[in-house]
Design a protein around this ligand. Structure first.
Ligand SMILES: C[S@@+](CC[C@H](N)C(=O)[O-])C[C@H]1O[C@@H](n2cnc3c(N)ncnc32)[C@H](O)[C@@H]1O
Length: 237
């Protein structure tokens, strides 16, 4: 655990402040869908994992497709026992490593340059913001398969199945998250891979104009956080 890691409950605002200082991808690649998670969504995700479900503090955590390390570093900051972040992009891993030194959390997080498909081992918790499959169809599926292979609890972000203007309005007003139904397809996919979806939370993602094909200054859309347990390790399911 890094020297700033804490076992006491951290205020969400303090967590957001910490995450906002974790530098974003300096040269994002379209092909790898290198959108950095916003500090608000990362804080919501870590809060749900840590304080609603007890899946971060004192646990081993894996961040699949870690990018510049917001989720991994957030987990370490909240009090994970040990954290591994893996990404296929060299610059992302370099930035993540610099970010961990900057945050004085270099001892608690191990960065790995490689393909998520090469990961072996067992982790209490997997956190992931995978490519949604906009550039490469179904890119998020390989992440789910790997997460359920190596993790006991999985927190995974996915595109909300349809554009829902009413939900966007509600999320803007609440500035938080709302529980929604799982997509039947993802629910079946998870079940097929020995998992069970225990909750889904919709959140508002705001992406600033990053790539040439973006026509608006910012793009608001809904993403869903899937909370998943692996059946074989959780006999209650
Ligand atoms: C949407 S970005 C999320 C980055 C970071 N987790 C975040 O939330 O800010 C997806 C990340 O997955 C990485 N990635 C895509 N395919 C990968 C693969 N097969 N193995 C490892 N990393 C991969 C990309 O380089 C990118 O950094």
């Amino acid at each position: 655990m890094g020297e700033h890691a804490q076992k006491r409950l951290i205020r969400k605002l303090d967590l957001e402040r910490f995450l906002s200082k974790v530098a974003t991808q300096p040269n994002p690649q379209v092909r790898l869908e290198q959108y950095t998670i916003s500090e608000q969504i990362a804080a919501n995700m870590l809060y749900i994992a840590a304080y609603s479900n007890g899946d971060v503090v004192g646990k081993s955590v894996l961040d699949l497709g870690c990018g510049t390390g917001r989720l991994a570093l957030g987990a370490s900051f909240v009090g994970a026992k040990d954290v591994v972040g893996i990404d296929i992009d060299r610059l992302a891993i370099k930035t993540a490593s610099e970010n961990s030194k900057q945050a004085c959390l270099a001892d608690g997080v191990q960065w790995v340059l490689g393909d998520i498909r090469a990961v072996v081992g067992k982790f209490d918790t997997v956190l992931q913001n995978p490519p949604f499959g906009v550039q490469t169809r179904e890119a998020d599926r390989a992440f789910l398969v790997k997460a359920l292979e190596v993790g006991n609890s999985v927190y995974s972000l996915h595109n909300h199945p349809q554009v829902d203007a009413r939900l966007i309005k509600q999320l803007k007003a609440s500035q938080g998250f709302m529980q929604v139904q799982a997509s039947p397809f993802l629910e079946r996919f998870v079940a097929h891979n020995d998992g069970v979806v225990t909750a889904v939370y919709a959140m508002l993602m705001i992406i600033p104009r990053m790539f040439g094909f973006h026509t608006k200054l910012k793009h608001d859309f809904v993403i869903d956080l899937y909370v998943i347990k692996r059946k074989s390790d959780n006999q209650n399911f």
